[in-house]
Design a protein around this ligand. Structure first.
Ligand SMILES: [Zn+2]
Length: 506
């Protein structure tokens, strides 16, 4: 058996720091709970998505294969779901009736709008694209089948209002959250109206009968819609199989959402659902809990604007990962401005190295030997429960080495510098997805300018390669080719000459 490099993360299920153990060697299959698209996601939500993103990036840096699935909840998340009872109102439906909801034609339109806005923010914060991003409404038939199976297994039952999962049928219930005592669980539901036909107050809804609901599907129990908890179990298993390696989400999802996911999923398959559970602590803003009432409820656009520069998106990302995901984190305006300053340093260092690589003198590489252990320090920090403060400190100290070498660094040193910054980008995502720019200032040109700058780098190299080929200096031509490809572009040699385009990531 191959020994995979250890990657340790705190596991909520056991309460311990443990190596991530993948079912298949070096292939991480993970599921992360996505947003409920009834409004804009706030920066606290994104901190959780960033934790999943960093798990993914660290696994990739270790050379693992990853399959990451994260959903969009566009139905069934009830206003009272956080207190386990199904008697609340659907969040999507309520949002449509609100002041902001007035501009939408219907609830589907509302879901589409907030999904698009969420995906834009996802890109701005430089999160990696998942393998699949299923929407709950696209998987209702599978959810109905799962509910039917739970009924057939005798672990669910029907009342005139809905179908419920019977919590006493699952002896492990409470293992994740530690809410094992019946009194704890009852106190979690005390403030909501209880369906008095429920057999146990802890039982939760798998399907809500509601022929008047704005989003409804036909089921063996009439018109209605699925519960929020069943959606995630079903989609995780549909894309990743019955057993997954890692499941992530915000700390508010531990109970009841994830507790309920485990109960349903394990009852359906008889197999352990997820081995590793990773939860992100919520953030505070300027020392206070974020809330609409306090007016400190920050969406991504509130911090970086609705048409932000690349640097601002990266800076918000860096600010949100500046604290380790399990520690209480206080986001302040100063955190953001520090992050913006650091992002500019990364970009400046990259710019400097890119120029030195083209125009710098020949000679030995005086910095590669120093940068390599610094990168290993950053990776080591991430492998130890995503210690982002230590990883960021390493990234900054490597950047300092590059800045000290200055514009006069040799071409070999410049290559080492760019390798380092590309590695940091792959690991932390804070340098930028296309960290190439010749624009004045901080090299933070919008994408179109980045293209023309890329052209100004690539085209002279193509011409030089052409010249080398004409004079039959194939070793030089090959070296130039490697150089060109290292800019993440594709080359095509045609009878009319060589063309290039940026490589599209899969
Ligand atoms: Zn979920």
């Amino acid at each position: 058996m191959s020994r995979q490099p250890t990657f340790k993360l705190h596991n909520t299920l056991t309460g311990a720091l443990e190596p991530v153990r993948t079912l298949e060697p070096e292939h991480l299959r993970m599921y992360g709970c996505g947003p409920t698209v009834y409004s804009y996601a706030h920066i606290g939500n994104f901190r959780s998505f960033l934790t999943a993103d960093l798990v993914l990036r660290t696994a990739l840096a270790l050379g693992w294969k990853t399959t990451y699935v994260t959903n969009i909840t566009d139905v069934g998340h009830l206003t009272a779901d956080d207190t386990i009872d199904p008697s609340g109102e659907d969040r999507m439906a309520r949002a449509l009736k609100s002041k902001e909801g007035e501009r939408f034609v219907n609830v589907w339109d509302l879901a589409r709008y907030y999904t698009q806005s969420f995906l834009k923010d996802w890109k701005r914060l430089n999160l990696l694209e998942p393998y699949a991003r299923p929407r709950a409404t696209e998987h209702v038939p599978e959810q109905i089948r799962a509910v039917e199976k739970l009924l057939a297994l005798g672990v669910a039952y029907e009342t005139s209002l809905g179908i419920y999962f019977s919590v006493p049928s699952f002896s492990q219930y409470g293992r994740l959250s530690g809410n094992a005592a019946a009194s704890d669980l009852r106190s979690a539901v005390r403030d909501v109206i209880v369906d008095d036909q429920k057999r146990d107050p802890r039982d939760f809804a798998l399907w809500k009968k509601d022929p008047g609901h704005l989003m409804q599907w036909h089921s063996p129990w009439g018109w209605g819609f699925p519960g929020w908890h069943i959606e995630c179990s079903v989609m995780a298993q549909a894309y990743l199989g019955p057993e997954i390696d890692l499941h992530s989400g915000g700390e508010d999802l531990i109970f009841p959402h994830h507790e309920c996911e485990i109960a349903q999923a394990e009852s359906l398959t008889g197999k352990p659902f997820a081995r590793h559970w990773v939860h992100t602590r919520f953030l505070q803003v300027e020392g206070q809990k974020m809330s609409k009432r306090l007016g400190n409820f920050l969406r991504v656009r509130d911090v970086i604007g609705s048409d932000p520069s690349l640097a601002k998106g990266l800076a918000l990302r860096l600010a949100l990962i500046a604290g380790q995901y399990r520690k209480p984190f206080n986001y302040t305006r100063a955190t953001f401005s520090d992050a913006l300053h650091h992002v500019r340093r990364f970009r400046d260092a990259y710019e400097m190295a890119a120029q030195a690589r083209r125009r710098g003198p020949g000679g030995p590489d005086a910095i590669g030997d120093r940068l390599e252990p610094i990168y290993q320090r950053a990776l080591g920090a991430m492998r130890h429960d995503l210690n982002t403060p230590a990883a960021i400190a390493a990234a900054l100290s490597g950047t300092k080495v590059i800045m000290q070498a200055g514009r006069q660094m040799t071409q070999a040193a410049a290559r080492a510098a760019m390798t380092f910054l590309n590695q940091i980008e792959a690991l932390l995502g804070v340098v930028g997805p296309k960290p190439i720019s010749g624009a004045p200032g901080h090299g933070l040109a919008p994408e179109a300018d980045a293209m023309s700058t890329l052209a100004s780098i690539i085209e002279p190299l193509i011409a030089a390669r052409q010249k080398a080929r004409m004079s039959r200096d194939f070793a030089k031509a090959d070296a130039l080719r490697d150089d060109i490809l290292s800019h993440n572009v594709e080359l095509q040699d045609t009878p009319q000459g060589t063309t290039w385009k940026p490589k599209v990531s899969p």
